[in-house]
Design a protein around this ligand. Structure first.
Ligand SMILES: C[S@@+](CC[C@H](N)C(=O)[O-])C[C@H]1O[C@@H](n2cnc3c(N)ncnc32)[C@H](O)[C@@H]1O
Length: 266
């Protein structure tokens, strides 16, 4: 792909840089920087908690199996593979090739060793890819980041921006032209984290998103239709979220509760 950098403005946010074409046909909202910063903080915390929970589980299993040491690193003699289960714990299954060195946690003669796979993240509505690129560059321990958009121009911009952000971005971020709902429904329980950042309401994406995230994973969700959620139009809110909002000083907290309640019942 040939391009003249003079046609683009470079926008830097956090560790990522994106190329914005003079015509600016791909969505970029500068004021959402706080939202992206917050998502990064949440993602870092999630990864750290996930690691702690995994270590606690391994140590519990080792104790249960009468092991004195926490982790055993012998790659051979393995008789059981322990894979990440839906509850983000471990489940035991027979190992088809007993001598294959596996990245999965393995039980060895009553002891458990394990390596947690880096979390796979889906940025379902990615536009320029800025958010996905920031995740890849700023969140330590993150796995593959899949960035989707159903707009061809956005996907081209995202792919250009991946290249522009260098080797870490190229190895971690992939961009696809897809309808987010179809993609999520056809990739059930494949992502440890699913991030929804739509125009306005996320309601139409919630059903497919909860199916794409593993149990024990995390759904990150942005809703910018605050007027609806804060009681500006009760009927619209009811039709999108299944709750009827009240107007009041507390409307922002109520908006959050309406969104959470909606996610809970999908
Ligand atoms: C608000 S922008 C995303 C902004 C981006 N997450 C960021 O932080 O810069 C929403 C994007 O969703 C895309 N989109 C809308 N409906 C979609 C769908 N059904 N599937 C995939 N992408 C969609 C739009 O083309 C647009 O680029």
């Amino acid at each position: 792909m040939s391009m003249d950098l003079n046609d683009y403005t470079i926008i830097k946010e956090g560790e990522a840089e994106i190329l914005m074409h003079a015509k600016n046909e791909v969505f970029f909202n500068k004021t959402q920087v706080n939202n992206r910063d917050m998502s990064i903080a949440v993602l870092r915390t999630f990864i750290s908690k996930r690691r702690q929970e995994h270590e606690a589980l391994l140590s519990k299993r080792n104790k249960k199996n009468g092991s004195s040491s926490d982790v055993e690193d012998k790659p051979n003699d393995c008789d059981i593979n322990i894979e990440k289960s839906n509850d983000q714990g471990l489940e035991e299954k027979p190992n088809e090739d007993p001598c294959t060195a596996s990245e999965e946690p393995v039980k060895i003669e009553g002891k458990v060793r394990g390596k947690l796979k880096p979390p796979r993240v889906l940025e379902a509505l990615s536009a320029s890819g800025l958010r996905a690129l920031r995740y890849a560059r700023e969140v330590e321990g993150i796995g593959q980041v899949v960035a989707l958009d159903n707009d061809k121009g956005a996907v081209e911009a995202c792919q250009r921006n991946i290249k522009f952000n260098g080797s870490v971005a190229c190895s971690k971020v992939e961009s696809h032209l897809a309808d987010a709902r179809v993609y999520m429904l056809t990739h059930p329980k494949e992502f440890d984290v699913v991030d929804l950042d739509p125009y306005g309401s996320p309601s139409v994406f919630l059903d497919s998103a909860v199916q794409s995230v593993v149990d024990g994973g995390m759904l990150m969700c942005t809703a910018t239709d605050m007027a609806v959620l804060c009681g500006g139009n009760g009927e619209v809110c009811y039709s999108k979220y299944g709750s009827y909002p009240l107007r009041g000083k507390y409307c922002h907290e109520m908006a959050l509760r309406i969104l959470l309640a909606c996610i809970e019942v999908v």
